[in-house]
Design a protein around this ligand. Structure first.
Ligand code: WT7
Length: 664
């Protein structure tokens, strides 16, 4: 039995939703009458054409009844950029700071107001239009955490272009694959950026990716817009002449500042249909090929806004900080769209928690007087290692809400976050969601929800979670099963870009009538939901989802490897890590060189975050008679746990002993 923590008076006093009863009441209403619930919130926004009553939501989650679809506010027209900027300015927030920006180097910082942000967004939107970008076109973005990234995303939204941000830690191959899949017309990047003392030459990665897109995928990106960033920030490590680090292709490349020059700060927004696409974002799929998750305009805007407001309990003068990179969905929703929609002031941070010192996060909370701090368990675990003094030496009294996202948070990390960072008086919101869900779906609410360390808590408004057993039977009351949802909330994805069949298959075919998350969850005796982790062949390294087959595919590209099997092994900081078994071709030597080559290959092909921790030589793999690899056994071998249970279904049980012997 874990202890229940109640929200402190400090949090409750300021809360817009100060009791659990109130939450339950609102949640009930949101399910009984979705139209009444969401149309009330929609009233705050500008609609060029309002939604007609009765048209608020329609959907089909049952594949037997026809194609899966979800529609919110059909027939309404609006523009997200207009709503998050112009509307706020009209409401008197023009001079309010939208973002404080802090660079990798502590001496680099700036700020931007809502009014100034709108000016830049309009100029960039005009520049895009001038370069032939039209409504519906895709714009790929490969950027560091700088203001131009936000400007670029909103510039796309203003003219109805669909942005497709690729996390700037992905390799040239991954970027090329994603740009080609979405047929991006334009790529926006920066010359480079510092991460701690390391220099990332993004432009070089882009050059390689553009080349690969051309040669491997037969896709030509016609324009590459480059922000000149390195020249304006302080160097944090060794750097040669920037210009020599990459090439300049005069047919394709253009500087951001050059295309911005002379642009008007006024740009008429494109009025979009509620169900037009807003953006797409790739996420790993268990078959290897990334999935282009597509989000649309109106529902996403409503849902992002509402979750932010209640989950972080944002109030007028608060300073909110989400540490996520814009390259992931957390950055899209909770660095860009949701805070802006609420006219919030956010901190955007370019650097790492460890530079110049391991207390950078805490010094930033102090410097900016942060009230809401939203980060990932992997960061918390990494910071715990450096001792409490790095936290206690800073004044963190402004904090009120602490957020966690990306993976289940282990109770030890939760308690450290709660006791030390939050000084026992902040609420922790453990937000469970996915790229696909658009916004939080299971979470606590600061003033309302009791907390248990490690439990994600309760469904957000409009969300109806269900637990199913393997046969699809609903588990009522306490129990554990597949986490699924029986109806759509406004922010759920609408399709996978260019592949609606895969969308239906991946998410709606396992259990008829339900959206299947791919996660397992447990409901305890008090109704708390605990997400127990992936139940498909996916793994979560430092909050980054990867598919085992994706990594296996890369390993077997190495000529000396004939077969590979990848499993997850628990890791004290990263949550999970990659443990790889490789079967080698005849005559190949297994040793440090090959291990190195394989690790490098995965880094280069996917990205640094995917680097395997262990490569083990495997004389064979534990397979069933039908040839399926029993990963359950491989996970035990990775752990060195000899209690492997029944092996009678294996074609050759002796392989298990051999694998234990060949553990490194
Ligand atoms: C997967 C989604 C949503 C933002 C970041 C990741 C895991 C995410 C939690 C949490 C337990 C969590 C799930 C989920 N996950 N948040 N609070 N507790 N698990 O987005 O890359 O789409 O990954 O991350 O396994 O399915 P994503």
């Amino acid at each position: 039995m874990s202890r229940v923590y109640q929200p402190s008076d400090y949090v409750v006093e300021k809360s817009r939703l100060p009791s659990f009863e109130k939450y339950k009441e609102m949640h009930k209403k949101s399910l009984e009458d979705p139209e009444a619930f969401w149309s009330e919130i929609a009233k705050e926004f500008h609609w060029q054409t309002p939604c007609q009553p009765g048209k608020f939501v329609s959907y089909n989650f049952d594949i037997d009844k026809g194609d899966i679809f979800v529609k919110w506010l059909e027939g309404a027209t609006t523009n997200v950029c207009f709503n998050v900027l112009d509307r706020n300015i009209r409401n008197g927030h023009g001079d309010k700071i939208a973002y404080y920006w802090e660079g990798n180097h502590p001496d680099d910082y700036s700020r931007i107001t809502y009014k100034k942000l709108l000016d830049s967004v309009c100029m960039f939107a005009n520049a895009l239009r001038e370069n032939g970008v039209r409504k519906g076109d895709r714009v790929a973005i490969y950027m560091p955490m700088i203001m131009e990234t936000v400007i670029c995303m909103l510039g796309c939204a203003r003219i109805g272009a669909v942005h497709s941000v690729v996390f700037a830690g992905f390799s040239p191959d991954s970027l090329a694959e994603r740009m080609s899949d979405c047929k991006a017309k334009v790529l926006v990047t920066a010359d480079g950026a510092w991460r701690g003392e390391k220099l990332l030459v993004l432009k070089k990665t882009c050059d390689q990716a553009l080349e690969k897109a051309r040669t491997k995928h037969n896709h030509e990106v016609s324009l590459c817009i480059v922000v000149s960033h390195l020249g304006r920030v302080k160097p944090c490590g060794k750097m040669d002449d920037i210009k020599k680090l990459y090439d300049w292709n005069y047919n394709v490349d253009v500087w951001w500042h050059e295309i911005m020059e002379g642009q008007s700060p006024i740009c008429a927004p494109e009025w979009m249909n509620a169900e037009d696409p807003l953006f797409m974002l790739y996420t790993s799929g268990s078959t290897g090929k990334p999935k282009g998750v597509l989000h649309t305009i109106a529902g996403y805007m409503l849902y992002a806004t509402t979750t932010f407001r209640y989950v972080f309990d944002y109030r007028e003068k608060d300073i909110y900080w989400c540490t996520a990179d814009v390259g992931w969905i957390t950055g899209h929703t909770y660095v860009v769209y949701a805070p802006l929609a609420n006219a919030a002031t956010s901190l955007m941070f370019e650097g790492t928690p460890f530079y110049p010192d391991n207390d950078r996060y805490w010094s930033l909370v102090e410097k900016y007087k942060v009230t809401q701090f939203y980060t990932a368990p992997t960061a918390i675990r990494a910071l715990m290692k450096f001792g409490d003094e790095l936290v206690t030496k800073h004044n963190l009294k402004t904090l009120r809400v602490l957020g966690s996202v990306g993976e289940p948070i282990n109770p030890e990390a939760w308690l450290w976050f709660y006791n030390l960072v939050g000084n026992k008086r902040c609420s922790i919101v453990d937000t469970f969601w996915q790229t696909e869900t658009g916004g939080h779906v299971l979470t606590g609410l600061p003033g309302a929800s009791p907390m248990k360390p490690g439990a994600a808590g309760f469904p957000f408004f409009g969300v109806e979670p269900t637990l199913l057993d393997e046969s699809g039977k609903v588990i009522e009351g306490p129990g554990e099963g597949y986490l699924v949802f029986s109806r759509p909330w406004p922010g759920i994805m609408r399709t996978l870009f260019g592949d609606h069949a895969r969308y239906q298959k991946v998410y709606f075919s396992k259990f008829k009538g339900y959206y299947c998350t791919g996660d397992g969850a447990r409901r305890d005796e008090n109704g708390f939901l605990w997400v127990t982790g992936r139940i498909d062949d996916m793994l979560n390294v430092s909050g980054h989802l990867l598919s085992t087959s994706e990594v296996e595919g890369v390993l077997t590209e190495e000529h000396s490897v004939s077969e590979a099997a990848v499993v997850s092994k628990p890791h004290p900081v990263k949550g999970e890590s990659l443990y790889c078994f490789v079967i080698l071709n005849e005559g190949v030597q297994f040793g440090p060189e090959l291990i190195d080559a394989l690790k490098k290959r995965v880094r280069n092909r996917i990205g640094a975050f995917a680097a395997p921790d262990v490569i083990q030589y495997a004389p064979g793999l534990p397979k069933t008679r039908s040839g399926k690899i029993m990963r359950r056994i491989l996970r035990k071998i990775a752990l060195g746990d000899t209690d492997i249970g029944d092996t009678s279904t294996l074609a050759d049980p002796s392989v298990v002993d051999e694998l234990f012997k060949s553990r490194p």
